[in-house]
Design a protein around this ligand. Structure first.
Ligand code: MIC
Ligand code: SF4
Length: 647
């Protein structure tokens, strides 16, 4: 069915293995990669371990955007490591303060018809520019930089048919919030969302990128928009028209599934605490007092978004009880805002202006006060991600954010009674790549500078024939990678230090987890984790697989996995299994003992059903949906062992 879709056309151009049959293993050539600092340090350690002397992609970029806080040497050292690695191996380096990877990539590098693999789950943002952009673990990105194809399951292609046009004060963010309301945080697993229809003619590339960005919250493999006249216009404005190519779906194309949305019928929406799919109409929750409002993150920090906010604030001021904060998406956005006089409007009205980066979206500062509502234009409101526990974070559009910042209460922006603001879609953006350092020519002498916080990668042993496991933790549905491996200002600086970061594994739900795991592992125990549906949703951080593996976890048995987390588990030699009969979930609890006889043989020979024997005498059937390559990797104990053996 994928034939003739934009996604199908891009996949066909890049297909290295497999066919366009949904849910079967395929491999595609990767043209571009991106990394960010929080996943990048590990990805480049892995790239170094592969032993290639130059990246083999046509473009690779290393961004520093997540951790910009230099409270001691650790983060500053990581930045220097990333910069020197980039210079040496042929990678562009986007310096701290230059902006959020997805915003900068869209502006300066995204290209229609190409493939992009990024070690960040919101990589599909670039799908707004007609490319197939996929989020993955750092190890998969390291392999792509080494010229290896990316392996995935052929997604189903869901067509989202747009008609009509957005009413004043209704935002592209409301489009994707509405889709999240309909489909939930697991509604996109195994799917690419491809937008089409007459409604597209009103959506600019930054509008499309905001929608593609939050497609990640559906669990989707990616989101793709066609490359059309709007795309051309954006590329001309970015002085990159050379890379324009038209990519449209064929008129008689049949999608695997079609969703229809009339843009004219939409109204402002909000995702209530604490899940991006807990969506209601803003008017249903109007009136509650807000303490903090932030406009920023890769979802909503474009020049368009800053314009909406500044123009709505003209002649007005921020409510005295609200901390109203602006995190511009990139240096370009900031410079455009300055040159159009928007920055002075914002400052004058009482907004707090921050540097370009992820900041509070990943809990690096901007934590809200206790028991107070924080409205954010961000991507995720998972519990505690803001840095305050418990928190009350709502995800909204820039329009709803600014209206609420003015009134001090959750406010439907249509109710402030103003004329809609006139937005400029620039013919020319300010082009200034001062924040992007090109790599050194091949063969130049570049010394890689490593600080003491950068620890070598741990070695993992191969799979054994039989395995005895203890259930160390049992969790419910929709566990996020923020639960498994939290971020924030205390933990993020440890991303290049596996032993240190492992101390915080599962600390958000079980502070004793790491201690228990380490003590038991000393006595040779191996662990299993039991979970519910959509286990591992959210971030691409491979630390959510690396740290458990380091602590002795060998199997995760759940009702369902999120795509990137499952791939990361395989890459670090943890066997991902699902319950054949979900009611067997009740047969296991923390402390249960389980034996799997002949596991290595079963994995090697491609058995899809594996029996687990509990110490109570129960037998549980587990499913292992794995490709041949996944099985080889698991037997070796992880992807790095597998690659080293091949090299
Ligand atoms: C996120 O939004 O959760 C992050 C932080 O950008 C992550 C990456 C990470 O954990 O480093 C993501 O989305 O992949
Ligand atoms: Fe950064 Fe937030 Fe976007 Fe993740 S979701 S890349 S933390 S801005």
């Amino acid at each position: 069915m994928a034939k003739g879709t934009v996604t199908g056309k891009i996949i066909e151009r890049h297909l290295v293995e497999g066919d366009l049959i949904p849910n079967t293993p395929i491999a595609i050539k990767i043209d571009q990669t991106l990394t960010q600092d929080a996943t990048g340090t590990m990805a480049y350690l892995e790239f170094e371990a592969i032993g290639i002397d130059r990246v083999k992609t046509s473009l690779s970029v290393s961004y520093v955007d997540h951790n910009l806080l230099q409270t001691d040497f650790k983060n500053a050292d990581d930045h220097r490591f990333l910069q020197t690695v980039a210079a040496k191996y042929g990678i562009y380096f986007s310096r701290p303060g230059n902006g959020i990877c997805h915003q900068v990539h869209l502006e300066r590098f995204a290209a229609p018809g190409k493939t992009l693999l990024g070690s960040d789950s919101h990589t599909p943002t670039a799908g707004g520019c007609g490319m197939l952009a996929i989020g993955a673990g750092g190890m998969d990105v390291a392999l792509a930089m080494a010229g290896e194809p990316f392996h995935l399951r052929m997604p189903q292609i869901v067509g989202v048919y747009l008609t009509g046009s957005l009413s004043p004060w209704v935002s592209p963010k409301d489009v994707i919030l509405e889709i999240l309301r309909r489909l939930s945080v697991k509604g996109g697993v195994g799917k690419v969302m491809e937008y089409f229809g007459p409604g597209l003619s009103h959506l600019t590339v930054p509008d499309r990128a905001a929608i593609a960005n939050l497609g990640t919250e559906l669990g989707a493999t990616s989101t793709v928009f066609p490359s059309d006249e709007m795309t051309k216009r954006f590329l001309i404005a970015q002085q990159r028209e050379d890379c324009y190519e038209e990519f449209l779906a064929e008129s008689d194309v049949e999608y695997d599934e079609v969703i229809e949305l009339d843009l004219s019928s939409l109204e402002p929406m909000a995702a209530c605490p604490s899940s991006p799919d807990n969506v209601v109409k803003v008017r249903e929750i109007e009136g509650s007092e807000v303490a903090q409002v932030i406009v920023g993150s890769c979802a909503n920090s474009s020049f368009r978004d800053i314009q909406v906010v500044a123009k709505a604030l003209e002649g007005k001021r921020v409510h005295e009880n609200v901390s109203f904060e602006i995190n511009p998406g990139s240096r370009q956005v900031l410079e455009m805002a300055a040159s159009h006089g928007l920055l002075s409007t914002l400052i004058h009205a009482g907004a707090r202006i921050h540097q370009s980066g992820c900041l509070g979206c990943i809990g690096m500062g901007q934590a809200p006060p206790s028991d107070a509502i924080s409205l954010r234009t961000f991507t995720r409101n998972f519990p505690g991600r803001s840095g305050t526990v418990p928190d009350k974070v709502y995800l909204v559009s820039p329009e709803t954010a600014v209206a609420s910042a003015i009134t001090g209460r959750i406010t439907d922006p249509r109710s402030i009674g103003d004329e809609p603001v006139e937005l400029i879609d620039p013919d020319r953006y300010i082009i200034n790549d001062v924040g992007i350092a090109p790599p050194q020519p091949q063969g130049s002498k570049v010394e890689i500078i490593r600080g003491p916080n950068i620890k070598p990668l741990p070695n993992f042993d191969p799979l054994t024939d039989d395995i005895e496991l203890t259930v160390i933790l049992k969790v419910g549905d929709n566990i996020t990678t923020d639960h498994i491996m939290p971020a924030g200002s205390k933990i993020l600086p440890l991303r290049s230090n596996c032993p240190a970061i492992s101390e915080y594994c599962f600390s958000a739900i079980d502070p004793e987890f790491s201690r228990r795991a380490k003590e038991g592992a000393h006595d040779g125990r191996r662990w299993m984790i039991v979970g519910g549906e959509n286990y591992g949703q959210g971030s691409s951080r491979e630390h959510a697989a690396l740290a458990p593996r380091y602590l002795g976890v060998r199997v995760k048995l759940v009702k369902g996995f999120a795509r990137i987390h499952k791939a990361n588990l395989i890459n670090f030699g943890i066997i991902p299994m699902t319950f054949k009969d979900p009611s067997d979930y009740d047969k296991l609890s923390q402390g249960s003992k389980v034996r799997i006889k002949g596991i290595k043989e079963a994995i090697m020979t491609g058995k899809e059903e594996i029996s687990l024997l509990t110490s109570n005498g129960d037998s549980i059937e587990a499913l292992c949906e794995l490709s041949e390559r996944d099985r080889e990797i698991l037997v070796k104990g992880g992807l790095l062992n597998w690659v080293r053996d091949r090299v």
